[in-house]
Design a protein around this ligand. Structure first.
Ligand SMILES: Nc1ncnc2c1ncn2[C@@H]1O[C@H](COP(=O)(O)OP(=O)(O)O)[C@@H](O)[C@H]1O
Ligand SMILES: [Mg+2]
Length: 185
């Protein structure tokens, strides 16, 4: 008699746990210019609440800072969003009583979260929107929930302005991401 090594009964206990851990909502946008990237940021700002963590990934020049500039405009915060050379994090206070935007460039953040806490940002992260460029593997512990934004050049050519932007909503906070986007937010 053959051993039932592949029977569904043997595999069932593992399957639901894996699916739960990976439950996430994904959406993709095609962006054709820097202006459109900024406009996408303004639109996504409408989804953001105090305490949210947004992680941006994509190669140098992909458009992470450009998207963040739009987020800052949409949130109505003070100061231009730039990619400062010697600053790891910059706080942009709200001009309208909303959450501040904390813009982190984790590229130089060697030590991860400990170093981030040592920055003494003089702002409450739970009351702010924290946007981190290049934070993969460094700042996930800040929140169980996060909106991950992955930007890819659609074409290898660095002169080409087309980008694909993938949003992945991770955790309970983002379970309604698909519905919010469909509702035009
Ligand atoms: N579709 C696009 N989205 C964003 N930026 C674009 C796009 N097309 C061209 N660019 C240009 O690419 C550069 C992106 O720079 P930046 O936003 O600082 O990237 P990153 O922060 O990912 O390194 C800017 O000079 C911008 O004008
Ligand atoms: Mg940048």
């Amino acid at each position: 008699m053959e051993a039932p090594h592949n029977s569904p009964a043997a595999e069932t206990p593992h399957t639901p746990a894996v699916m739960t851990a990976q439950a996430q909502v994904t959406a993709r946008f095609d962006v054709t210019s820097a202006e459109q990237m900024q406009a996408l940021g303004r639109r996504l700002a409408g989804l953001l609440r105090p305490g949210d963590l947004v992680m941006l990934s994509g190669e140098l020049g992909a458009g992470k800072t450009t998207l963040t500039r739009g987020l800052g405009e949409g949130l109505g915060v003070r100061g231009a969003v730039t990619s400062p050379t010697f600053v790891i994090a910059r706080v942009h206070p709200s001009l309208s009583g909303g959450p501040a935007l904390v813009h982190v460039d984790a590229y130089r953040l060697g030590g991860g979260l400990d170093e981030m806490e040592d920055l003494d940002l003089d702002v409450s992260l739970p009351e702010s929107v924290v946007v981190v460029e290049w934070g993969d593997g460094k700042v996930e512990e800040l929140s169980d929930d996060r909106l991950q934004v992955v930007i890819h050049r659609a074409v290898g050519d660095t002169d080409d302005e087309r980008r694909s932007v993938t949003l992945v909503g991770i955790g309970e906070r983002w379970s309604g991401l698909g519905a919010a986007l469909e509702a035009g937010c």
